[in-house]
Write a protein that binds this ligand. Sequence first.
Ligand code: LRY
Length: 238
Amino acid sequence: MTEPQTARRRAWTRERVLDAMRGRLTVSCQAYPGEPLRDPRTTAQMARAVVAGGAAAVRAQGLEDVAAVVAAVDVPVVGLWKDGEDGVFITPTLRHAVAVAEAGAHVVAIDGTRRPRPDGRTLGETVAGLREAADVLVMADCGSLDDAVAAQAAGVDLLGTTLAGYSGERPRTDGPDLELVDEILAACDLPVVVEGRVHSPAHAAAALARGAFSVCVGTAITHPTTITGWFAAALPPR
Ligand SMILES: CC(=O)N[C@H](C=O)[C@@H](O)[C@H](O)[C@H](O)COP(=O)(O)O
């Protein structure tokens, strides 16, 4: 990062980050292993494009992408590091979480499920260790109400529904899991980010209308291969 970029990064206090995200859209800019758009420069350009369209924050995966996005846009960046493909793979250990913070993320998203973590630490130990190492907000990517309740007790700052439908505790709903959103809002006090299968502006609006703090959209905005597939599949057979 250049000096002005470092100063800009520092100006994002915890309060400013939360204030920026409240009631607004976070856009997840991710390309998956082997895909044509998987390049930190492309992710950074995508981040600039979504900020131009009104994204209040950007979510990005991988240390290089996080650093490139932090340098490219002046909005909060929710960073994560996916390692592996099943089980606990979203920022699975304290080492991953600290590295994401060091890459410049304002919010570090970590697996917020109750499943055993690869380094043997509990979520609470991971959050405490991360806080010792860096002044960042922590978002727990949860898959169920029990995850959210445990994550709140573990000391995270934000609860996400990111893993609903992917951790085996909830069905994979067609759109966002709004039933889970209702359950979490009734049981927890922390800000809730609705994430996962928010596929239309109407879904995003419905999520906020339920009382969610913020909404995060990935695929429907930044994954052209999937979006193209939706259109292609809607055509009648030739
Ligand atoms: C389950 C998992 O690995 N979720 C990932 C988390 O970062 C991403 O692959 C999703 O794109 C992101 O959560 C946004 O969700 P959607 O792409 O459905 O709008």
